[in-house]
Design a protein around this ligand. Structure first.
Ligand code: NAD
Length: 267
């Protein structure tokens, strides 16, 4: 079997470098192209600290030309928020499957990405969290919410994360809201509440965002019941935690048509 040809977008970033290392270490995948605004002309393998990969980083404006020249089958994107939509617009009509870990895409961007995949009959994935443990955390939280209706989320990330709340927290809240029991504790009307002190409201669930050096990606889902607390916590203590999910997606996405949201829907 020929290895799957992979393009990495955001190859100079923290996640992109991790993806370059992971792809280079997988016998059934081959890095054929790398795109970033930073480090243009540098070897993507050297940037990732693994020695030469013989793939030079090319600038974002050359994405289409790079796809036409290098013929990737999948394009893995860890850039920032709105930038990820440009990948769908360019790559999907050229029959490249996007695998997007970038968070902070708007509902309109998701709708356009979905439309592009459907119109072109191409499989694409947008996953706010590629760590299998985080996927399980969301699944367990959804299950718990059927019995415990009172819940809040604390998400904790490194200080350089640009979006808040995290994509994982927003998705967890959405999944909980879809399955949670109607029973909630009665609450007094809030008085003298400082703005923001109760977090942001995601699908009716308060989400509290912490940004500190030393953190990677962590989340607690806290359920309160009569005389009891249930805490479901996941910690990504290293960016390698995301790589098995990213590689799995690169291997499976070509077997699908249309846009899949969430790694759990590809498993
Ligand atoms: P980073 O800032 O270290 O890297 C982003 C890289 O993208 C930079 O090198 C930047 O120059 C590059 N870039 C920006 N616009 C670009 C474009 N148009 N074309 C090509 N490259 C471009 O950020 P990071 O920590 O690697 O995180 C990247 C994204 O991944 C964030 O949205 C973050 O929330 C998300 N993330 C997702 C998961 C997940 O499991 N889904 C895990 C961790 C981080």
């Amino acid at each position: 079997m020929q290895p799957i040809r992979v393009l990495v977008r955001g190859a100079h970033g923290r996640m992109g470098r991790e993806v370059v290392r992971a792809v280079a270490g997988a016998a059934d995948l081959r890095l054929v192209a790398a795109i970033d605004r930073v480090g243009v002309g540098e070897d993507a393998g050297r940037v990732a600290g693994i020695g030469p990969a013989n793939v030079a980083i090319r600038p974002p404006e050359e994405l289409e030309a790079v796809i036409r020249a290098e013929d990737p089958e999948v394009a893995i994107d860890f850039t920032k928020g709105p930038e990820a939509l440009a990948l769908f617009r360019t790559a999907v009509p050229l029959h490249v499957s996007p695998i997007v870990g970038t968070t902070g895409l708007s509902a309109e961007a998701l709708a356009e990405a979905r439309r592009l995949c459907e119109e072109n009959g191409i499989g694409g994935l947008i996953a706010p969290n590629f760590a299998i443990g985080a996927v399980l955390m969301m699944k367990f939280a959804q299950e718990a919410a059927r019995y415990l209706g009172d819940v809040e989320i604390i998400e904790l990330h490194h200080e350089r994360k640009m979006d808040a709340p995290s994509g994982t927290a927003a998705l967890t809240a959405k999944l909980i809201a879809e399955s949670r029991s109607a029973e909630r504790a009665e609450r007094p009307e809030q008085l003298d509440e400082a703005p923001g002190s109760r977090g942001s409201d995601q699908h009716g669930i308060p989400v509290h965002s912490v940004r500190l050096p030393g953190l990677v990606a962590h989340q607690e889902v806290i359920f309160g019941g009569v005389g009891q607390i249930l805490t479901i916590r996941h910690d990504s203590i290293d960016r390698t935690s995301f790589m098995p999910g990213v590689l799995l997606a690169a291997r499976r996405i070509r077997g699908h048509k249309g846009l899949i949201i969430g790694l759990e829907n590809l498993l």
